[in-house]
Design a protein around this ligand. Structure first.
Ligand code: COA
Length: 645
C-alpha cells in the first residue's frame, strides 16, 4: 500500500520521500503511481499534470535521507511486529523531534511501537484502506500515550488528503473495520460448520439481503485465505472473541488460498484471475441474514461500550471501509433491536461463545422499548409518528408509512369498521407528501384471516352483494392510491386477506406464511376480487384449484406461482420490507405513480390501447422536473435527488 499512500500525499501537495529496501520495489512503485496518475488525469480528476505530482515524490533506499527532514512519517511494511519496531526505532533516531510517526497497521498495537521511540506522544496509527487513492476511509488510532495534539494534527492531515477520518480512541484488536468484518467472517464460518447452508447460499444472503458488495466467502477469497487467517489470528491473540473453525484451518493449510491460487471457497479460471461468482437472490432465500449480521452488531456495541469508537464513526467506517450501503447500527435499527437481541440469545444458547452474549447497552435499549426505526428510537432517533385507530395502527416513518392490521385476537379478520379505516387511511396517506411508500402488515401471527365471518352471519343475499362491493371498493383504494403499496405477509393471508395482499403492488411474505382462498368451506365464494385477480396472476386452472379445494398453500408455493415477489424468514420480514420500501422511496414519486396506473389500468384493455396509455404516461413523466434531474444526474455521473415535482 506504500506507493498508494505516497501518491495520496503527493496529490495533496506534500513533498514525499518514499523509502524501501529494494531498488526494484521502488521502481515498480513509481511505475504504479505513474499509471494511476495518468488514469486519473485522463478522467479529468487531477488539477495538476501527473508529471507535476510525480516531481514531488522522491524514491530512496536511504532511511536517513527519507527521515531527516520529515514532519510526518508513515510506515507501511508487512504486519510483523518486530520489523515494525525496528523501523520505528530507526525513524525515531533520525527524524526531527517534532515529527509524527504513524503506522499503517491494520491490526498491531500502536502502544508497542510507541514504546521503542523517545516520542510516544507522537506515535499514532493511520490505517488506510486499499487502494488508498480511491478509498476514502482512514482509521486514526490513538494509543494511551498519543497526545490530543497529535490526534488533531493527523485528523486534519487526513482531511487535507481528501480522506474521511474516524477516530479509534483506544488500541483495540482490529480497530473498527476489521473487528466488525471479523465478526461477520466468524459467523459465516460457523454457519458453514452447521452444514445447513453452503458457501453460495450464505453469500447470496450477504449480497441480496444485506446488500453487501460481495458475499463474505467471495470477499475472503478476494483478500486471500492466508491474509484473512492471519488477520483473524492476530485479533484473537489480542483478545477479540473469535473462534476459527476446523474447516477454515484446514483450508488455510491446504494452500487453496482464494483468488491468488485459483481456488478457495470458489474456483477461478486461473491463479490471480478474479471472476465474480454468479449468485441469485433465490439461493439465499432460506438463509437468515440476521444471523450473519447480529454478532457483528454486538461487536459494534462492544466497541461503543468500551469507548473505543463513537457510534457515528463506526457507521461511517463500515460504509466507507466495507462499502456497505448502511452502517452497522443503521442495519440494526432497520432489523429491529428486539429481533437482534433474540437472535443473539438463540446463538448464545446454541454455541455458548462470548461473542453472542448480548451487550448491556443493546439489552437496555430493548428493555426500554427503543427497538429501532419502528419505535422512533434505537441506536439513532427517527421522526416517527404512531397513531392508533380502532382496528389499525399507523406508523409514519418517513418516507415510509406502515399500516398494521390490529385485531390480532381475531387474526385481523376484516370487520366493516376495519374496511372503512383502511379506505380512509389510504386516502389520507395518498395526500401526505412525506410518505412515498406504504407497507401493510398484520399484528400477531396473522396478516389477515379474511372477511370477518361474524359480520355476515345474518346477511341477506343483497346484503352480501353490497358487502362484496364495499370490500372491493376499499381494496380499490389501494390500487387507486398514487404510491407503491407493499404487502408484508407475516402469517395467514386467507380469503379477503389474500385479496387484500393482491390489491397491493408487491407482496413480500414470511417463509412461514400460509395463503389460500378457503371461502368454499363456508359455502360461499371469494367476493373481494380473487376470481378475477388470482386467475390473472396464477392462471385460471391453478386459481380454480385453490378456490374449489379451499386448500392453503405455503409462501414458497405462492412464490413459485408468481403470486409473491420475495420470501423472507420471519425475523427478516420487517427488515426486507423496509429495505425494499426505502429503495423504492428513493425513486421519482411521479414516475412510480404513473407506472402503477399504467400497469393497473392498462392490463384491462386491449394491448394496443395499453401501449398508447403507456406512451401517454411516458410523455407525461418526461415533462416532470424529476425527469430533468434524473437525466442530468446520469449524464454527470451523479446520484439523482427526486422531489416528486
Ligand atoms: N372471521 C372472524 N373471526 C375469525 C376469522 C374470520 N375470518 N378467522 C379467525 N377468526 C377468529 C376465530 O374465530 C378465533 O376467535 P375466538 O378466539 O373468539 O374463537 C380467533 O380468530 C383465532 O382463530 P382460531 O381459529 O382459534 O385460530 P387457529 O390458529 O386455530 O386457526 C385459521 C387459524 C386461520 C386456520 C382459522 O381461524 C380459520 O380457518 N379462519 C377462517 C379463515 C377463512 O375462512 N377466511 C375466509 C373468510 S370469508
Amino acid at each position: 500500500m506504500g506507493h498508494g499512500i505516497a501518491q495520496v500525499f503527493a496529490m495533496a501537495g506534500f513533498e514525499v520521500w518514499m523509502r524501501d529496501i529494494d531498488e526494484n520495489i521502488l521502481k515498480n512503485a513509481m511505475e504504479k503511481i505513474k499509471w494511476s496518475l495518468e488514469k486519473l488525469h485522463s478522467k479529468g480528476r487531477l488539477s495538476e499534470t501527473p508529471r507535476e505530482i510525480i516531481s514531488r515524490i522522491h524514491a530512496t533506499l536511504d532511511m536517513n535521507e527519507a527521515c531527516r527532514n520529515a514532519d510526518f512519517i508513515i510506515e507501511a511494511v508487512p504486519e510483523i511486529l518486530d520489523l515494525k519496531k525496528k523501523i520505528f526505532s530507526e525513524a525515531d533516531s533520525i527524524a526531527p523531534s517534532h515529527a509524527i510517526l504513524a503506522s499503517n497497521t491494520s491490526s498491531l498495537p500502536i502502544q508497542e511501537l510507541a514504546n521503542v521511540t523517545k516520542r510516544p506522544d507522537k506515535v499514532i496509527g493511520m490505517h488506510f484502506f486499499n487502494p488508498p487513492v480511491i478509498l476514502k476511509l482512514v482509521e486514526v488510532i490513538k494509543s494511551s500515550y498519543t497526545s490530543d495534539e497529535t490526534v488533531q494534527i493527523v485528523i486534519d492531515l487526513a482531511k487535507r488528503l481528501g480522506k474521511e477520518p474516524v477516530l479509534v480512541k483506544k488500541d483495540s484488536p482490529g480497530f473498527i473495520v476489521n473487528r466488525i468484518l471479523g465478526a461477520i467472517i466468524h459467523e459465516a464460518l460457523w454457519m458453514l460448520e452447521d452444514k445447513k447452508f453452503g458457501v453460495k447460499e450464505i453469500d447470496a444472503a450477504c449480497r441480496f439481503k444485506l446488500e453487501m458488495p460481495m458475499g463474505i466467502f467471495e470477499l475472503i477469497d478476494y483478500i486471500g485465505i492466508d491474509v484473512v487467517y492471519h488477520m483473524m489470528k492476530a485479533m484473537i491473540d489480542r483478545g477479540a472473541p473469535f473462534t476459527l473453525t476446523k474447516s477454515f484451518e484446514e483450508l488455510f493449510k491446504s494452500n487453496n488460498l482464494g483468488v491468488k491460487t485459483g481456488k478457495g471457497y470458489y474456483s477461478y479460471p486461473a491463479p490471480g484471475k478474479y471472476v465474480k461468482p454468479s449468485l441469485s437472490s433465490l439461493m439465499g432465500q432460506n438463509v437468515n441474514s440476521l444471523q450473519i449480521i447480529a454478532p457483528a452488531i454486538n461487536e459494534a456495541v462492544h466497541l461503543v461500550e468500551e469507548d473505543i469508537a463513537d457510534l457515528v464513526d463506526i457507521d461511517k467506517a463500515i460504509r466507507l471501509g466495507l462499502n456497505f450501503p448502511h452502517g452497522i447500527f443503521e442495519i440494526a435499527d432497520n432489523f429491529g433491536l428486539d429481533n437482534v437481541l433474540n437472535m443473539l440469545n438463540e446463538l448464545y444458547n446454541k454455541r455458548k461463545m462470548d461473542i453472542y452474549k448480548p451487550r448491556k447497552y443493546l439489552a437496555s435499549l430493548v428493555e426500554n422499548n427503543n427497538l429501532g426505526r419502528k419505535t422512533g428510537k434505537g441506536f439513532y432517533e427517527y421522526d416517527v409518528d404512531v397513531r392508533k385507530l380502532d382496528t389499525l395502527k399507523i406508523i409514519r416513518e418517513k418516507p415510509l408509512a406502515w399500516i398494521i392490521l390490529n385485531r390480532p385476537q381475531k387474526l385481523n379478520a376484516l370487520s366493516i369498521e376495519m374496511l372503512d379505516e383502511i379506505k380512509r387511511t389510504f386516502a389520507e396517506l395518498d395526500k401526505d407528501k412525506d410518505i412515498r411508500v406504504i407497507i401493510i402488515t398484520g399484528a400477531g401471527k396473522s396478516f389477515c384471516a379474511g372477511a370477518d365471518v361474524k359480520s355476515f352471519e345474518n346477511f341477506s343475499g343483497v346484503d352480501a352483494f353490497k358487502y362484496s362491493l364495499k370490500i372491493q371498493d376499499a381494496f380499490g383504494e389501494i390500487e387507486r392510491v398514487g404510491k407503491p403499496v407493499i404487502a408484508a405477509i407475516n402469517g395467514y393471508a386467507l380469503g379477503g386477506g389474500l385479496e387484500l395482499a393482491m390489491a397491493c403492488d408487491l407482496i413480500i411474505a414470511s417463509s412461514s406464511a400460509i395463503i389460500g382462498q378457503p371461502e368454499i368451506n363456508l359455502g360461499i365464494i371469494p367476493g373481494a376480487g380473487a376470481t378475477q385477480k388470482l386467475a390473472r396472476i396464477i392462471g385460471s386452472n391453478k386459481a380454480k384449484e385453490l378456490i374449489y379445494t379451499g386448500d392453503m398453500i405455503s409462501a414458497e408455493e405462492g412464490a413459485r406461482y408468481g403470486l409473491i415477489n420475495q420470501i423472507a424468514l420471519a425475523e427478516e420480514l420487517e427488515y426486507i420490507a423496509r429495505k425494499i420500501g426505502l429503495k423504492i422511496a428513493e425513486k421519482p414519486p411521479l414516475s412510480l405513480m404513473i407506472a402503477k396506473y399504467v400497469i393497473n389500468y392498462g392490463k384491462d384493455v386491449a394491448e394496443k390501447v395499453g401501449k398508447i396509455i403507456e406512451a401517454l404516461g411516458f410523455g407525461l413523466v418526461r415533462s416532470t422536473r424529476d425527469a430533468e434531474e434524473g437525466i442530468k444526474a446520469f449524464l454527470e455521473k451523479k446520484k439523482p435527488k427526486f422531489k416528486g415535482e
